[in-house]
Design a protein around this ligand. Structure first.
Ligand code: DGL
Length: 270
């Protein structure tokens, strides 16, 4: 058995880490499409084609269930995949809905009409493609009313993280937070809507100040995956053990992943 976790690069490792902690016996095949990162500056068709190719590779590794641990792919490709790509015995789960359920204090699968929630002013930090898709606002509108969302497209942050340039990544995060606060001076919640951003969570929290609750996805997604697998044990697939696959240079990607997770991670060519 195995499940697949997919991201354009290293960001999904934040989700891998949380899932591994929550379900330590679950074998995971992780796929980093490093050769094509970042996705956040690509158009929707491009992101769809790359995401379906990655999903196909995870099926080949015996994973019937794949987690798109990438907001950009979840925003640009998941709905289209569900409509016209996924056969009945395969599933892909995105990272948006669990986060929005947490933000709006909903139980999984609660499809009751949208209602007033505690948060009123939400700052969304995401890639340019995710912001342009407005997928976050659409999913939120199904569940909550009266929430004002201000989105900041954080150009450059994913590239800097993939390159291991954390000084540049920090400077960019601080300037994107400044830009957001000029548009919305007093958010009560901030969403890190890109799985790379938890690697910079301390910087976001510092720049936003102590009154802003920062939501990041990894633990929320891990919890909702555990819940899903309990209800759908048949989705555990035929895969044989965990694996890290990349379309990039395995030595380079392994070195960065080891640095981020502070444990030895060894990627092989996808
Ligand atoms: N981790 C991806 C996300 O959550 C990054 C996308 C990118 O490659 O730009 O959106």
């Amino acid at each position: 058995m195995a499940i697949g976790i997919f991201d354009s690069g290293l960001g999904g490792l934040t989700v891998w880490n949380a899932v591994h902690k929550r379900l330590p016996d679950l074998p995971i095949v992780y796929f980093a499409d490093s050769a094509h990162a970042p996705y956040g500056v690509r158009d929707m068709d491009d992101i769809y084609n790359l995401t379906t190719a990655a999903t196909q590779r995870l099926w080949d590794a015996g994973c019937d269930l794949t987690v798109l641990a990438c907001n950009t792919a979840s925003a640009a490709a998941l709905r289209r995949m569900q409509e016209s790509f996924l056969p009945p015995h395969k599933r892909s789960l995105g990272v948006f809905v669990p986060l929005i359920e947490a933000l709006t204090e909903r139980q999984w699968g609660d499809n009751s009409p949208p209602r007033e929630v505690a948060v009123k002013n939400v700052a969304l930090f995401a890639t340019p493609a995710t912001v342009a898709s407005r997928a976050f606002q659409r999913e939120l509108a199904f569940r909550a009313i009266g929430v004002d969302v201000e989105a900041q497209a954080c150009g450059g942050v994913v590239d800097a993280i993939e390159d291991g340039d954390m000084i540049l990544a920090e400077a960019l995060v601080r300037s994107h937070v400044d830009a957001l606060l000029r548009k919305m001076p007093r958010p009560d919640a901030a969403i890190l809507g890109c799985t790379h951003y938890p690697l910079m969570e301390a910087i976001f929290a510092d720049a936003l100040g102590p009154d802003v609750k920062v939501y990041s996805q990894a633990d929320i997604v891990a919890e909702s995956l555990a819940d899903y697998l309990q209800r759908h044990p048949e989705m555990l697939g035929q895969g044989q053990g965990g694996l890290f696959l990349t379309t990039g240079d395995p030595a380079r990607v392994s070195a960065r992943a080891t640095q981020f997770l502070r444990q030895e991670i060894r990627f092989t060519a996808a």
